[in-house]
Design a protein around this ligand. Structure first.
Ligand code: PMP
Length: 393
């Protein structure tokens, strides 16, 4: 017999370490921009599982690719070639920023960052890394060292590699920190977890110039920003190409994947055996990734995200709500900066059938699937207004 919702919630919580603030929902199904819980209640999804379901849930083309691949070959170690891996890499590198010609495949954002840092250390023979305050790069040891949020780093400081954190957007502070011992600078072109802060015009170009001059590599972390800012990659808005670029989340629409893209120079300087992954580049993730990239292209979802994001942002600004301090972001990576804490607003939204995310303490972060319709944006804006009103009372 089926378990009750409360029994599932209790079991789920009691069998795992208490690392997450739970939402009290059992998700059982998703379709398009909608998620359904164990009681049949539906939610408009403005978070895409932290930016993962870029094409929404159960996208037919991705599902078909997964089913076909699962019935053919699930796993294929990278010491063997794979038809679907080759096709996926060809597609990924065809849409990649200028100069990035090879990719190392792994299984998550943090893994993509770990690989980028190891590659930078291996290629330069240098040690120091410079990153940004408020930056987020994951919670494995290398990625955690680069992450700027003190609450995540503090308990592990003693075991983390050396990383210097400078204020995001301050090119002079970065220039001061980068020296001839610097292996890499790692930044998000749009800070996500930190509160949705797009790089100011000119900042990334300046960072590119500073890293070149010092012989340090530039690593851009697009784990959250890839595909959703109205360009394939957010760094395109600045006309800047990095030496290494990290992608994950949306890349296979939900099948775990990470990719570390690199220049030919970086790739050819890497000794055999310097890094590896058993699951990395597995055919299932590659098939889902290929279908995702083809759908983004064929359905014109990259320019679509620019248009819909602009509309969404305008509608939020048009609310002129007294609790809203600022609406930031680009494409469908948006942040509603509030004059109050975001947690009660997110709760009020959830009660009204809308799922969104926090960022920092006062920001409601919106990372909706790119297949969202204008009607769904209108519904989202109406619910956000209601949630803000509810919190104000
Ligand atoms: N980099 C960025 C910019 C991210 O937003 C995240 C996840 N929020 C990560 C890295 C880490 O990705 P994962 O959780 O898949 O390890």
């Amino acid at each position: 017999t089926a378990r009750s919702t409360s029994a599932i919630l209790q079991l789920d919580e009691s069998l795992q370490p208490p690392l997450y603030a739970k939402r009290g929902i059992v998700l059982v199904r998703g379709e398009g921009a909608w998620l359904y819980d164990s009681d049949g209640q539906r939610y408009l999804d403005l978070m895409s599982n932290y930016g993962v379901n870029i094409l929404g849930h159960a996208h037919p083309r991705v599902t078909a690719a997964i089913v076909a691949q699962a019935s053919r070959l699930l796993s294929c170690h990278q010491s063997f070639a794979s038809d679907v891996r080759a096709a996926f890499l060809e597609k990924l590198l065809a849409v990649a920023p200028h100069g990035l010609s090879r990719a190392f495949l792994s299984n998550s954002g943090a893994e993509a960052v770990e690989a980028a840092l190891k590659f930078a250390w291996a290629v330069t023979g240098r040690r120091k890394v410079v990153a940004a305050k408020r930056g987020y790069h994951g919670r494995t040891l290398g990625a955690l060292a680069a992450t700027g949020e003190p609450k995540y780093r503090q308990p592990f400081l003693a075991v983390l590699p050396e990383v210097v954190h400078v204020p995001y957007g301050d090119a002079a502070a970065l220039a001061e920190a980068v020296d001839n011992d610097t292996a890499a600078v790692i930044l998000e072109p749009v800070q996500g977890e930190g509160g949705i802060y797009p790089a100011e015009p000119g900042y990334l170009a300046e960072v590119r110039r500073i890293t070149r001059e010092a012989g340090a590599l530039l690593v851009l972390d697009e784990v959250q920003s890839a595909f959703r800012t109205g360009a394939w990659f957010a760094c395109e808005h600045a006309g800047v190409s990095p030496d290494l670029l990290c992608v994950a989340k949306g890349l296979a629409n939900g099948v775990p994947i990470g990719a570390t893209l690199m220049t030919e120079d970086v790739a050819l300087a890497l000794p055999a055996g310097v890094h590896g992954s058993t699951f990395g580049g597995n055919p299932l993730a590659c098939a889902a990734g290929l279908a995702t990239l083809e759908t983004l292209e064929d359905d014109r979802l990259i320019p679509g995200a620019a248009e819909l994001g602009l509309y969404f942002r305008q509608q939020l600004l048009a609310l002129g709500h007294p609790l809203v301090r600022d609406v930031r972001g680009i494409g469908l990576m948006l942040g509603l900066d509030l004059k109050v804490r975001s947690t009660p607003v997110l709760k009020a939204l959830q009660e009204r059938g809308v799922l969104a995310l926090p960022a920092g303490t006062t920001v409601v972060r919106l990372l909706p699937p790119l297949i969202l319709s204008r009607d769904e944006v209108d519904l989202a804006v109406a619910r956000i207004a209601q949630a803000l009103d509810a919190v104000r009372e």
